[in-house]
Design a protein around this ligand. Structure first.
Ligand SMILES: [Zn+2]
Length: 247
């Protein structure tokens, strides 16, 4: 691992423009239950039946109960060495961005500041009527027990992307733009199967970036990567950061 990390640091040491794309694998070492495993009474539901506009229209109370249970799970979790080392990478490269598919906010809690969230954030809510976006914690509850908009009083919804919804346009455009001009691109803890995020590493590669994968499992991306670390983020990223510090 250290030798590979040193080779990577030698090959990519002068990189200015760096993008890290992260997925659920980064948070698994923090004990974040996966989307499909929140546990308890929720295990008998399919996420597709809770995380969709149709589910919210049918039974907003149930959807909110599930999201509040997930937000509680996340509050109890702590950033792991993978999150912390990714946050450190901001100071290693002059033009660094993190693009994440995670909604748990652990990157920000670890200190990452230049974060593009493709799927929203469990810690936020937004109004179903006006453009307000606000923290879930402290949001006023209506007589129905659900969070309501502090500006206009209408029912709020989780500020996350649901099944059948497009990704936020600004975040997606920025992610494509940054990937197309990256010199070094890391794909970390993501299966490489879910579009459109899965196309970002290919965009970077075709624009000439050095492509690095960190994943304990082989993915469709593995064969086009210049460097592959077959390990979890909490093991590989600290070794990579250490190697870049050493050059
Ligand atoms: Zn509102």
């Amino acid at each position: 691992m250290r030798r590979e990390a040193r080779e990577l640091a030698r090959a990519a040491g002068g990189s200015q423009r760096v993008v890290v794309l992260t997925g659920a694998g980064v948070s698994s070492d923090s004990g974040i239950p996966t989307f499909r495993d929140v546990g308890g009474v929720w295990s008998r539901f399919r996420p597709e039946d809770l995380a969709s506009p149709e589910a919210f229209a049918r039974d907003p109370r149930m959807v909110w109960d599930w999201y509040r249970a997930r937000a509680e799970n996340v509050k109890e979790a702590q950033p792991n060495p993978g999150h912390i080392s990714i946050a450190e990478m901001e100071s290693l490269f002059p033009d660094f961005y993190l693009v994440t598919q995670n909604v748990d906010g652990l990157h920000q809690r670890a200190g990452s500041r230049r974060v593009i969230e493709l799927h929203g954030n469990l810690g936020r809510a937004r109004c179903t009527t006006c453009p307000s976006v606000f923290p879930l914690e402290g949001a006023p509850l209506g007589p129905d027990g659900m969070p309501h908009c502090p500006s206009c009083g209408a029912l709020a919804r989780p500020d996350v992307v649901w099944f059948g919804e497009p990704l936020p346009t600004d975040a997606l455009e920025q992610a494509f733009e940054l990937s197309s001009r990256a010199q070094l691109f890391f794909s970390v803890g993501t299966s490489g199967l879910v579009q459109p995020a899965a196309s970002l590493p290919y965009i970077a590669k075709s624009a000439g970036a050095i492509l690095v994968e960190v994943n304990p499992n082989e993915t469709p991306l593995s064969r086009v990567c210049d460097f592959v670390f077959r390990a979890g983020a909490s093991e590989a990223i600290p070794a990579i950061v250490e190697a870049f510090h050493g050059i």
